[in-house]
Design a binder for this molecule. Structure first.
Ligand code: ATP
Ligand code: MG
Length: 613
């Protein structure tokens, strides 16, 4: 492509809302532009990267025997009601009502659509296993879209769904996909870490995430000091802390703590360290009350006098009982929502203010375990709280906290609705099976799940087995974020001048830069450009009538791995300049052999990556 005819609008200024480097560089290099918060237009260089990554993914998926299809992005709400994810997915699910009053979902993932397809097309064990995938737009109404391509509202995901008759067969495909993911990320030139992950909203029995270690990652990777085990922090287990020896303490006493509800304020007021505090946080299982459905409906557009509420309420969407859960963690610890989801067996969110007041009898910020354990539907006490000799906590009385609270004496550690469990995030100093836990940040670029029969039961994707018995298919699902691969490659490949991209995903492999405009220089550049194109090299020819320095800056910003520079001085000696983006030094090569030299170098850079497979 000729630079002069391609839309590559590079800019010097840092975009105001771009907090991290990949976002800044994607804008500055002219790769993308913001359309609205969390939605981006990918310009030619960005689009080329997307296509290259998609092609790598496609080749690796096809290698495993997976078959590519296309699923509509707009999907019937009714399917999502049948799985309960119209509620469980929460506000992240984009919804609208069409002109006929039908509820629709903007696919944030596609278990429902693929399982529906399987329910129509799979009848017999003879058709199994079946693994289908698509590379398609996903929409998530993220609470806080940020960091450009890392967390956008609209993005491209490769999602695959496999269907099986047996656990063994599911495991085999799961491992095939796991290995295909290793190949995808290696081929994209990324260094990745695989961690055990929670299955989250997806449900299921096992999951791994593929994570690119980097400081700007939103995920925390926890690993044992000997590197034998690694988890996403949402799953990382911790050893229970040793029980503290009992302490001589007086009776429980309520202290007046006016307007101090937040933990650091309480600690400052009571002159206590956070680890001496017991935080009581009230959660609720999600979306249950008819009231909430009504509110949701009223928020949405009415159609023909019917709101979505009436559509939802008249549907067969199951209504689940609403439960209040009190969770106790030490003042210096944080509740881990995924661990909680596993213990509760359902999606949970912070309870609403009226519910908290109803349970505790106090304003938000003054909840405590004393006297509410038999009122909450469930009480989950973190191991570290159970191990405390004594602590201070909310008094269930507005503006009061209680000191000298002894776990086991002043509130129960056992009971029908009480569980002592690992419910918090791992922190520095924790161990697992005696091994020290270490932490680093990372970007989740892909995740694989064993789903079991969660979706196939609800959507009736069944098959008749060898013995004629009708069974639900076992399922796996497998996602990769295409745009996040771009952002990760930039976060891990850059210098002060711009991006340093792996050749396999860079928008172009070679850039030809003319350092002056003269017939000789242009003639030589045109020839190399045509030769490289003929040899199948992806080449950008910077034919703009600009100062060489400006062109070099743009080439560096774009991160193109190989630069060929043609200038009058060296040309007079039959030479041109070759520079690798990742290296400082330049070298002169013979003009006559320039195209062949570049082709060989392209191959060498590709081989370096392929060798890691
Ligand atoms: P996260 O925990 O970061 O919100 P997720 O676990 O919900 O992501 P999955 O449902 O596993 O995401 O989706 C598969 C892949 O899609 C992710 O591994 C990630 O690469 C990509 N992805 C998910 N959400 C976004 C987003 N908002 N913007 C860009 N890519 C995303
Ligand atoms: Mg995920």
């Amino acid at each position: 492509m000729r630079y002069s005819q391609t839309l590559i609008p590079t800019v010097k200024e840092l975009p105001a809302d771009a907090e991290i480097l990949s976002h800044q560089l994607m804008i500055r290099s002219g790769m993308m532009r913001k359309l609205a918060s969390g939605t981006y237009i990918y310009l030619p260089s960005g689009r080329r990267m997307i296509l290259k990554i998609e092609q790598i993914i496609r080749e690796e998926m096809n290698r495993t025997g997976a078959q590519e299809i296309t699923m509509p992005v707009v999907q019937p709400m009714e399917l999502w009601q049948r799985t309960g994810r119209d509620i469980d997915y929460g506000e992240t699910l984009g919804k609208f009502i069409d002109r006929h009053g039908r509820g629709n979902v903007l696919s944030p993932t596609a278990e429902e659509g693929f399982t529906y397809l399987a329910s129509c097309e799979i009848q017999s064990y003879k058709q199994l296993p079946m693994n289908l995938y698509q590379i398609n737009t996903k929409y998530r109404d993220e609470f806080r879209p940020r960091f450009g391509a890392l967390r956008s509202r609209e993005f491209i995901m490769k999602d695959a769904y496999s269907f099986h008759a047996t656990e063994d067969c599911l495991h085999k495909t799961y491992m095939d996909m796991y290995n295909a993911y290793c190949r995808v990320f290696t081929r994209c030139g990324l260094d990745y870490v695989i961690v055990q992950a929670e299955t989250g909203e997806m449900g299921g029995t096992g999951s791994h995430q593929f994570t690119i270690p980097c400081d700007n990652g939103e995920d925390v990777i926890v690993y044992t000091a000997d590197s034998s085990l690694a988890w996403n922090i949402e799953k990382a287990p911790v050893d229970p802390l040793p029980k503290q020896p009992p302490k001589e303490t007086g009776p429980m006493t309520d202290l007046h703590t006016p307007n101090v509800g937040k933990i650091d304020e309480v600690c400052a007021f009571l002159k206590l360290k956070p680890q001496k505090m017991i935080k009581t946080i009230i959660f609720a299982t999600k979306g249950i009350k008819t009231e909430s459905l009504k509110n949701l409906g009223e928020k949405l557009t009415k159609h023909d006098g019917r709101s979505i509420a009436s559509i939802l309420l008249n549907s067969e969407s199951p209504t689940k009982p609403y439960k209040l859960i009190a969770v106790l963690v030490r003042g210096d610890h944080e509740v881990n929502p995924e661990k909680m989801r596993v213990i509760v067996g359902d999606s949970v969110e912070l309870a609403e203010e009226p519910e908290i007041i109803k349970l505790t009898g106090a304003a938000v910020g003054f909840a405590g375990p004393v006297g509410i354990c038999d009122k909450a539907d469930k009480v989950i006490i973190d191991h570290a709280v159970a191990a405390m000799a004594v602590g201070a906590t909310g008094a269930n009385k507005t503006d009061y906290h209680t000191v000298n609270v002894v776990p086991g004496r002043d509130f129960p550690l056992e009971g029908k609705n009480i569980a002592v469990a690992d419910i918090r995030n791992a922190v520095d100093g924790d161990t697992y099976e005696g091994k020290k836990l270490l932490f680093k940040r990372g970007i989740e670029v892909g995740q694989v799940f064993k789903l079991g029969t969660k979706y196939s039961v609800k959507l009736e994707a069944k098959f008749s087995d060898v013995d004629g018995a009708i069974k639900p298919c076992l399922m796996g699902c497998y996602g990769i974020g295409v745009n996040r691969i771009i952002a990760s490659a930039i976060e891990t490949g850059n210098d002060a001048d711009g991006m340093i991209l792996p050749i396999t995903i860079a928008p172009w492999e070679v850039i030809i830069t003319t350092a002056a405009v003269s017939d000789d220089v242009t003639g030589a550049a045109e020839k190399i450009y045509k030769d490289l194109q003929a040899k199948g090299v992806e080449v950008l020819y910077d034919d703009r009538d600009l100062r060489a320095g400006v062109k070099f800056k743009d080439a560096d910003l774009l991160g193109i791995p190989i630069r060929l520079t043609i200038g009058p001085k060296t040309l007079a000696e039959g030479k041109i300049e070759l520079k690798l983006r990742r290296e400082k030094d330049k070298k002169l090569i013979d003009l006559v052999a320039a195209a062949d030299t570049a082709v060989a170098l392209v191959q060498q850079l590709k081989d370096e990556i392929a060798k890691k497979l």
